[in-house]
Design a protein around this ligand. Sequence first.
Ligand code: PMP
Length: 391
Amino acid sequence: MRFSNRIQQMDTTVLRELLALTAKPDIISFAGGLPAPESFPVEALRQASDLVYRLRGRIALQYSPSSGLPSLREKLARRHQSQGINCTAENFLIISGSQQGLDLAGKVFLEPGDLVLCENPTYMAALSVFRSYECSVMPVETDDEGMIPSDLEEKLTQNPDAKLLYVIPTFQNPTGRQWSLPRRRAVLDIAQRYGLPILEDDPYGALRYEGEPLLSLKSMDSGGLVTYMGSFSKVLSPGIRLGWLLASRELIEKYTSAKECSDLQSSTIAQMTVDAYLESNDLDAHVSEITALYSQRRDRMLSALSDLFPAGTSWTHPQGGLFLWVTLPDWMDTASLLPEMVSRGVAYIPGRDFFANRDERSCLRLNFSSSTEDQIVEGLRIMAQTLRRVM
Ligand code: PMP
């Protein structure tokens, strides 16, 4: 059989195997990016779903508009208006998780051979999506404040035809960092000068444990270049598979055509259930409960790292999100250390695959949302012991 170039670029098997391995019950896994299952509002969603089946079952089981349920889009518009974004329901497309948004951006913007710019490191599944469109991905350097504007400028001077800039400014995956406001402004200014579309991915922004919310790129986007991507996965449930794109009406029209080719529409029943949930529940109150739980887990991870990890290691102090990024001495290779860690009962994701050029070996990503505080301490104790032996 002959396969497309596209599918040959989609090498996600390593990650899939890794996650399967680390999902074993006897392993303390800091590898996935899963929300805590105890955070799911099961009863409230069950009631919402019952209501939908009981009162509007024949509508819920039918096809519905490809752009998404109008009342859900209106609720999202009100939410984002309160965050300073000038928008109406017409600026939204409901999608099947933000992962679909990445794919739709590929369909809308990318031709084979095009160049996509992204943070270094970045969300590894986004790299796979862009490569599946037979594009090259060029990493732009980052530091504690986010993307470094001078590096972006330099890369754009050398590659003025770059097609898309993909960024996660708030509680980034994998580092947990947030961009400072001056960086947000500077990157937006540069993109505007080059007319470069930006895909702003924000699945973690609502999970804030300290500090004040910062303006999204979308809220400062006077030129209509930014597509903002949100998701219910981390604030409600990833299994529901719902997210949204927020962009100019012109862009939403393009994304909607692309979505019609992919899956016609996102599940009517899932949209109606979330819509009914939002009618009778306070999502912000639910998010406060989740953030209370996760901030304790983050604090426990930070204090256990300080207590246990050997000198020469360092880590980020995320103000939100699900991840923390650890850097070991630069001669170490976190991928080759992993089998030993797993055999001792703990797992993480080696940093290498988050770098577009896979050229960094001494970093790793830790997730703190899906382990209990006891598991966090025990897992880090095992990791620290193993590190001390090899360092
Ligand atoms: N973007 C980022 C940065 C992510 O970390 C994830 C998943 N963890 C996604 C997109 C996809 O999420 P979903 O499709 O569940 O909304």
